[in-house]
Design a protein around this ligand. Structure first.
Ligand code: ADP
Ligand code: MG
Length: 235
């Protein structure tokens, strides 16, 4: 649901990102701007290498832009120090990474418990178990990431992101490693969080059925985000 009269929950202003290496420098985004309101669901699409993952990292405060700023819940990320930014992330944001980023020395359950403990949440273990069960992995709770398939690791990462009931949930190809049936169940849970808790969703996806369920789709093209109409979407 969109509430355009309120302030955006996340806003990007004049973003650019430059990577310098011995092979030369690469400039992504030119004065990129974006505003997303609480409870909106937004899909970001674009060709491989267009900068989608980099953009999500900037929006979630995991990386710093070369120019511009990201404002989350009224707070400028570039003005916060590392500790304040980490606290803001812990309190409000969840991120489902393309490569999962599970901690290998922790079991599936412990991976989901960790962000809850960092927040000092009561009943962290019970809450973590509930979300592992929701993604169909209750019987794998004591398994370590290396003993889980790619799809199972992705589901642990999803349970971890859901468990903290974030204000803003960022996901980079959240269904990329899942079969159709599991993917649909996960997508249903994403949108159930969105509808029941007003969780704002920012999703990178190549999955048309996922993009179509979002309130709007933005395409990253020539360093800018452009609205994409349903009928323009690649099949
Ligand atoms: P996408 O997710 O759309 O496939 P990425 O954001 O991963 O694109 O990458 C966009 C471009 O930026 C790619 O050409 C990639 O090689 C480059 N890139 C990403 N991260 C770095 C980095 N840390 N250093 C140098 N180049 C990078
Ligand atoms: Mg990517």
């Amino acid at each position: 649901m969109t509430s355009p009269e309120s302030d955006p929950v996340i806003q990007a202003i004049g973003l650019s990102k430059q990577f310098d290496s011995h092979n030369g420098s690469l400039s992504l985004f030119s004065e990129l701007g974006l505003a997303i309101h609480q409870g909106e669901s937004v899909a970001i699409v674009g060709p491989s290498g267009s900068g989608k993952s980099t953009l999500l990292s900037l929006l979630a405060g995991l990386d710093n832009p070369s120019t511009g700023d990201v404002i989350i819940a009224g707070q400028s990320l570039t003005r916060l120090d590392d500790i304040a930014r980490a606290r803001l992330r812990s309190e409000h944001l969840s991120f489902i990474f393309q490569s999962f980023h599970l901690l290998p020395e922790l079991s599936a359950l412990e991976n989901v418990i960790l962000p809850l403990e960092i927040r000092g949440q009561q009943n962290a273990a019970a809450q973590a178990y509930h979300w592992l069960d929701q993604v169909g992995l209750a019987d794998r709770q004591h398994h370590y990431p290396t003993t889980l398939s790619g799809g199972e690791q992705q589901r642990v990462a999803i349970a971890r992101a859901f468990a903290t009931e974030p204000t803003l949930l960022f996901a980079d190809e959240p269904t990329g490693n899942l079969d159709d049936q599991t993917g649909e169940s996960i997508i249903n849970q994403l949108f159930s969080l969105n509808q029941q808790r007003q969780t704002t969703l920012v999703l990178i996806t190549h999955d048309n059925s996922l993009a179509k369920r979002c309130d709007r789709t933005l395409q990253l093209h020539n360093g800018q985000l452009q609205p994409l109409q349903h009928e323009e979407r690649p099949q």
